[in-house]
Design a protein around this ligand. Structure first.
Ligand code: MRU
Length: 372
């Protein structure tokens, strides 16, 4: 997308050999680009959520291995870098997927060939992410158009989204929001209800920022408002991203997604999940119970962060001193509540058969490797 008229991705390699990122902890109050120079810098950027969103986490990890191989391309350094990056965040399967793809490419090579190969492989992962998201955008655009068919001519289609599944969560374009951008750019009037997405407020801070920068009309709502809006017919379609979707179509996404799916089902509102294929975990075809759900700091619940009148970023306490807090980062929306999964190959039914029909080679690989 364009930022201040300049085509911008969320991550890129600089001419002097650094990995540049947009620091998402500074948004929406400041647009800060940071240079990462070591694999430890990249691990810190992922763990601290300077970069976040499942596809971007995967791309960042790939570039992290490139930086590691530039410093030391030995087998030991490669294994250590993989371990450090894999430990940063547990839920988004794109992290494991990108690291596995990089290891398959790099491990068989002689050490002196690894740095160049790592750069090429990381660039390919980033470029593929952009292409995948464009394709998802085209499919999601069609769904948004269909969902708004009951609206009068010129009346905006009402989309509700949760967390940030926009370009900031990917290398470019986003997943769920790729469809919104495609619809908006094609001249379809669209309005987005943006869940604030406590505790870290990725909706209020990031989704609202990027929709505003692209000129897409939107309104931030508290997380608890979505059901009420759906009951009143003010939402035509719910569109969210995913950190991991199982081969059976169960969807792990930001905490609160499940409640939106329940409300959508009760109100007859279609609930779609935008899932690039690297977000599909082909190793899980049964119950999603074993998926690690990230437990985050209690401080994210007991406090909120924002800009003070002075412009300085400030953390203020909202819960009483001494109250405990529990902060699971993700939840599981069962496949039965999902209207469809929007992939780069089209829209799949949220089921084993539906996903296998679109990705027969992946389903066959999983079956061949003994996934029950
Ligand atoms: O904790 P985050 O901000 O990394 O969580 C992000 C989400 O839950 C997104 O919805 C998901 O990664 C899909 S991004 C295209």
């Amino acid at each position: 997308v364009n930022v201040n008229g300049k085509p911008t991705r969320t991550i890129w390699a600089s001419a002097d050999g650094a990995v540049e990122i947009i620091d998402q902890t500074a948004l929406p109050h400041a647009f800060v680009v940071r240079s990462l120079r070591t694999v430890a810098d990249v691990a810190h950027a992922i763990a601290s959520m300077q970069v976040r969103g499942a596809p971007l986490i995967g791309a960042a990890a790939a570039y992290g291995l490139w930086l590691a191989m530039r410093a030391d391309a030995s087998d030991g350094a490669l294994a250590a870098a993989r371990t450090a990056l894999a430990a940063t965040r547990p839920t988004a399967v794109n992290l494991r997927w990108a690291l596995d793809a990089m290891m398959a490419r790099l491990a068989p090579l002689a050490p002196d060939a690894r740095a160049d190969a790592a750069r090429a492989a990381a660039d390919a992962i980033a470029d593929d992410d952009v292409a995948i998201n464009r394709a998802i955008g085209a499919h999601a655009h069609a769904l948004i158009r269909a969902a708004g068919a009951r609206r009068g001519a010129g009346e905006p289609v009402q989309v509700l989204t949760h967390c940030n599944a926009g370009w900031l969560a990917t290398v470019d374009w986003g997943t769920a929001l790729a469809g919104v951008y495609a619809a908006h750019d094609a001249g379809l009037p669209v309005h987005v209800w943006v869940d604030e997405t406590r505790p870290r407020n990725q909706g209020a801070a990031l989704t609202a920022w990027e929709l505003g920068a692209h000129g897409v009309p939107h309104t931030v709502i508290v997380d608890n408002a979505g059901g009420h809006l759906m009951q009143r017919g003010q939402v035509d379609v719910v569109l969210v991203g995913t950190d991991r979707t199982t081969a059976a179509g169960d969807v792990v996404n930001k905490i609160g997604t499940y409640l939106k799916a329940l409300a959508a089902r009760d109100c007859g509102v279609p609930f779609y999940v935008a899932a690039p294929s690297p977000s599909i975990d082909w190793t899980i075809r049964g119950a999603p119970d074993g998926i690690p759900i990230e437990e985050r700091a209690a401080e994210e619940v007991t406090t909120v962060v924002g800009a003070a009148a002075s412009g300085a970023t400030t953390r203020v306490r909202v819960a009483p001193d001494g109250s405990r807090a529990h902060n699971p980062g993700f939840d599981v929306t069962p496949a039965r509540l999902v209207t469809g999964i929007v992939t780069e190959r089209g829209v799949a039914a949220a089921s084993r058969d539906g996903l296998a029909r679109l990705f027969p080679e992946r389903a066959a690989d999983a079956a061949a490797s003994g996934v029950p």
